[in-house]
Design a protein around this ligand. Structure first.
Ligand code: SF4
Length: 161
């Protein structure tokens, strides 16, 4: 069997984002992965039972600190704490990687679950800081390579190596 790749469901056109929208990448490599049956899709937040739509969430004062270690929380813009849901979603994504023997993922940049090089800073003012989402952090802790939708060529290299 060809090696599989985990992808954020919203990047595949599924309307699972907090605002009820999708992000959809239009990319030939992703098309090929799809036709080869390589793609395993996940939305960690929806898998954890969160609704569509849902309030926007950010990692509160998250720069350089880890939700996995309990150093910081994930907070909705109305103040609700959703750390446990985000941790549950990350575990579901990790279990999918184990089930399908996946070690490469393409996840949606800037999301508090799926971001891989930058996330919003917890102020809900649209400010980004270097960092990663909760699912990305957990996958990386287990040696899964996580790329964003802007790094699909690199992800493809990692997949076919
Ligand atoms: Fe997309 Fe990830 Fe957010 Fe789900 S949790 S909508 S897959 S970025």
């Amino acid at each position: 069997d060809l090696r599989k790749v985990l992808m954020s469901a919203c990047l595949l056109g599924k309307k699972v984002r907090y605002d009820g929208g999708a992000l959809s990448v239009d990319d030939q490599i992703v098309e090929r992965w799809h036709s080869e049956g390589r793609i395993v899709s996940v939305c960690p937040e929806v898998e954890a039972g969160m609704s569509i739509p849902r309030p926007p969430a950010e990692i509160f004062k998250g720069s350089g600190k880890s939700v996995l270690n309990g150093e910081v929380n994930v907070i909705e813009n109305d103040g609700g704490k959703v750390t446990n849901e985000f941790l549950a979603g990350a575990s579901i994504a990790l279990n999918l990687c184990r089930k399908f023997d996946i070690d490469v993922a393409v996840l949606a940049e800037f999301s508090p679950s799926c971001g891989s090089s930058a996330i919003y800073d917890g102020s809900f003012l649209g400010k980004k800081v270097p960092g990663m989402g909760v699912t990305t952090a957990l996958l990386r802790e287990h040696d899964i390579q996580v790329f964003s939708q802007y790094e699909i060529e690199q992800a493809n290299k990692a997949l076919i190596e």
